[in-house]
Design a protein around this ligand. Sequence first.
Ligand SMILES: Cc1cc2nc3c(=O)[nH]c(=O)nc-3n(C[C@H](O)[C@H](O)[C@H](O)COP(=O)(O)OP(=O)(O)OC[C@H]3O[C@@H](n4cnc5c(N)ncnc54)[C@H](O)[C@@H]3O)c2cc1C
Length: 298
Amino acid sequence: MLNNLREVIDESKILKNVDMTKHTTFKTGGKAETFIVPESVEDIKNVLKFLFEAKIPYYILGNGSNLLVSDDGLKTPVISIGKALSGINVFENCITAYAGATLAAVSKVALEESLTRFEFAAGIPGTVGGALIMNAGAYGGEMKQVTEAVRYIDPSGEEHVATGAEMEFGYRYSALMDTNCIITGASFVLEKGDSDEIREKMAELSYKRKEKQPLEYPSAGSTFKRPTGYFAGQLIETTGLKGYSIGGAQVSEKHAGFIINKGNATTKDITDLISYVQEKVYEKHNVFLEPEVKYWSD
Ligand SMILES: Cc1cc2nc3c(=O)[nH]c(=O)nc-3n(C[C@H](O)[C@H](O)[C@H](O)COP(=O)(O)OP(=O)(O)OC[C@H]3O[C@@H](n4cnc5c(N)ncnc54)[C@H](O)[C@@H]3O)c2cc1C
């Protein structure tokens, strides 16, 4: 069935056996048999309509910075929303961006235009689409605060626009999560500010990240969501798991909330370590740690 995909999207945009270690910040995972790289909203609509009619499930990839892919690879097709769909425009205090634009690129444009309120996102290594789907946030900021509207395509290939309120953003949650809708772009409402102050704020947050987080190792940021009333890192540390390793995966010695790839980790090492941490933290504190990181397998 998948061979017929070329009837709806140019063959050059359908890649085969793509190494997912190159598309995840954890740098693990097997090969994606079918890796689709749409270059326009029309391409996405056509692909989704095709997959919908053929009843073929799919995965949506942004920058792979919150993702673990099975070492066995994926037969399930992957639709990659990245560089090919990453344009950014500015009108007065509003930035519109395609979903494949990175938050770093949007932050850079905001700085160039002296627009404030996007500083919090400068160090989050995701795309606009990946950040909106889970309401990414840091240092008191979150996508919810700046998002005016979101464009997306539902699994049948129909295009829609949701307002920020309709996105129902919550802690690492949006109404589009787990719906298989593909976000194609968004508009952000910012405020005129002072470019020196914006630059300073970004530099200060970047410094804080480098000081506290193990950015020198591959990871997907915080492995677990923050359980109500606790900090995941603190629970893991007080369970005595800082530095604990399985294969090439380790609970970071710098920040216990991060699991890192020390160099030769497999996805299985990481998922085994996640399960081990969950079990031990539950035994010690009676708190269940829910992974923030998504896991893909067939
Ligand atoms: C060093 C480091 C630091 C981090 N710090 C933070 C932080 O401070 N705050 C924070 O919130 N996160 C942080 N993260 C995690 C991660 O960057 C965010 O979750 C980010 O929003 C993921 O975006 P992505 O494009 O990489 O998504 P991916 O990892 O590619 O995908 C994640 C999920 O989003 C879905 N998705 C991606 N694009 C789309 C789209 N266009 N339409 C629909 N669904 C889509 C995928 O299907 C998947 O379910 C960090 C990660 C790293 C590695």
